[in-house]
Design a protein around this ligand. Structure first.
Ligand SMILES: Cc1cc2nc3c(=O)[nH]c(=O)nc-3n(C[C@H](O)[C@H](O)[C@H](O)COP(=O)(O)OP(=O)(O)OC[C@H]3O[C@@H](n4cnc5c(N)ncnc54)[C@H](O)[C@@H]3O)c2cc1C
Length: 495
């Protein structure tokens, strides 16, 4: 079946036996819309073109390709405090265009080096240049992503300065509202239609800022005192300041390490950890941070921690507490606008349609990828603790064959059952945590395509492979020590 043939696009329910609820689901699409031109959107565009799709459009709200790796030298973000769910996060005007680059702020700081070695990180058939250090700088990754786009002629598919503001499925197709932002004083709005949408908008846009007593008032009175890691750029900008960093993961560690060379005092608040477990490799020995447990409250003049200790209100609090899953273009109050009638008619009356995400986690994604209630909608890169670039290639390969009609999905009911089991086994945001499970996951996606498509007939298949745990890079995923060896500092507060 070719995507370029005159086959009708849509969602098709293929009966198996008597019970309509057991009917399997097939999808066909010709016009593909991709939201976002970061590594995921670029990888998807390449795979779709190579798989025979001729109508592929990538929308990018920024003025350049590259997503996160498109560094902006300044950043101004606004938050709702608390910003701990899709309902509470600020949806519009949350980040302002940067003064120097004219693009939307991305979350990279100036001195960033990758936390993955190049052989884990790179696309499967596109190695970093041989001279690249094992943990490259942001400059080197940006150049790499640009070279990828140029080598496979992907820029021609991308509409820059174009923000997708609303999507809805109606009459068997997606209506996509876009805003052309090129000229900020004359923004043009348009509606475009597609058979399928692939969401590649990333998951590090809206910082997660947990609720704590007194924080809202502090932000109202002194907004400049509270920033998220997304806004941190250079340690020199905080010379002589008293700083509290909130968070215990990679960004909190790396930002604190940099600040230890410039600030007057440094405190870190994180989930309780034994002192002997803490690692300060690479920190200024004269400015090892004072580590506190979680914050209990802000009083207006001090910060009180859950163990009762207290510090005077710092000059700056940096929230390095992660990000929310946000899809502001999908109306969370009306998830039915995303569902297809075929799924709705077979849906159990008691099953409620949930929004794509509640902020902390996504909902109802078959294989963490395909929206169960309308398989013409997919989201790339939802799981975390993964090696993102090659991960996107496997997901895109599966998706391209799904949208060509090569792969048949289980019934809506079975897909939902599978997702609910995942949610049950991994409650809360753990449902999206993958780690080493990305190995069987990628193999599973590959196998699903191999079962239906002759691999000689598929270009992307030639660069994808089954992963075994003894492969050198698979073993390296467990080795943050490599990072310390290469850069002289660890990746985390815990050794
Ligand atoms: C501080 C930090 C360090 C990291 N370090 C590493 C690392 O060392 N190695 C690694 O592999 N990964 C790292 N990552 C993860 C990083 O997110 C991935 O490498 C990768 O950039 C994700 O690609 P993506 O395309 O999914 O998302 P993004 O890179 O976020 O790209 C999404 C794109 O979608 C666009 N977009 C969003 N909404 C819309 C809309 N409505 N309309 C149009 N366009 C839209 C955005 O402008 C953006 O360009 C890091 C992330 C952060 C924040």
């Amino acid at each position: 079946m070719s995507p370029t043939s005159a086959d009708t696009s849509g969602v098709f329910v293929e009966p198996v036996g008597d019970d309509a609820k057991d009917a399997r689901v097939r999808v066909r699409a010709r016009r593909i819309g991709i939201i976002g031109a970061g590594p995921a959107g670029l990888a998807a565009a390449r795979v779709f073109i190579e798989t025979g799709f001729t109508s592929v459009t990538v929308f990018e709200r920024n003025n350049d390709i590259g997503g996160v790796w498109c560094y902006t030298s300044d950043a101004v973000c606004h938050y709702n405090i608390p910003q701990d769910s899709a309902d509470t996060a600020l949806l519009s005007n949350y980040d302002e265009r940067c003064e120097f680059t004219g693009g939307f702020p991305t979350p990279l700081y100036n001195e960033l080096h990758t936390n993955l070695p190049t052989d884990n990180m790179q696309f499967t058939d596109f190695p970093f240049p041989p001279s690249t250090p094992e943990f490259p700088s942001r400059h080197e990754v940006q150049a790499y992503v640009r070279a990828y786009a140029d080598t496979y002629d992907l820029r021609r598919l991308v509409q820059l300065n174009t923000e997708v503001t609303n999507i809805r499925y109606t009459g068997g197709q997606w209506r996509c509202r876009v805003r052309r932002l090129e000229n900020p004083t004359a923004i043009v709005e348009e509606t475009l239609t597609f058979d399928a949408l692939v969401v590649c908008s990333g998951r590090v846009s809206h910082p997660y800022i947990p609720d704590v007593k007194g924080l809202r008032e502090l932000y109202q009175n002194f907004p400049q005192k509270i920033i998220a890691a997304k806004e941190f750029r250079r340690p020199e900008e905080h010379k002589g300041q008293n700083v509290l960093v909130v968070g215990g993961a990679f960004s909190a560690f790396d930002i604190s390490r940099q600040l230890s060379y410039t600030v007057a005092s440094l405190h870190v608040s994180m989930a309780p950890m034994k002192d002997e477990e803490l690692n300060f490799d690479g920190f200024n020995k004269q400015m090892v941070p004072t580590v506190h447990p979680l914050i209990e409250k802000y009083t207006g003049t001090s910060v009180v921690f859950t163990d009762g200790t207290e510090i005077p209100l710092p000059d700056l609090v940096i929230y390095a507490t992660g990000y929310l899953y946000m899809y502001p273009f999908a109306d969370n109050q009306h998830p039915e606008l995303l569902a297809c009638p075929e799924a709705i008619s077979l849906k159990d009356a008691a099953t409620q349609l949930l929004p794509l995400s509640d902020g902390q986690k996504t909902n109802d994604l078959y294989k963490y990828l395909v929206y169960i209630y309308n398989p013409t909608l997919a989201i790339l890169g939802v799981p975390f603790n993964i090696a993102p670039f090659p991960f996107y290639e496997y997901q895109s390969h599966y998706l391209a064959h799904l949208l060509r009609g090569d792969i048949t999905l289980p019934s809506f009911a079975k897909m939902k059952e599978e997702w609910d089991t995942l949610v049950h086994d991994r409650p809360g945001k753990l449902v999206n945590k993958m780690g080493m499970d990305q190995i069987p996951y990628r193999n599973d996606l590959l196998e699903a395509v191999d079962q239906t498509v002759n691999e000689d007939k598929c270009i992307p298949r030639k660069r994808l492979y089954y992963i075994t745990p003894d492969m050198p890079w698979a073993a390296r995923l467990r080795m943050p020590e490599l990072h310390r060896e290469a850069l002289g500092y660890g990746r985390n507060f815990v050794s």
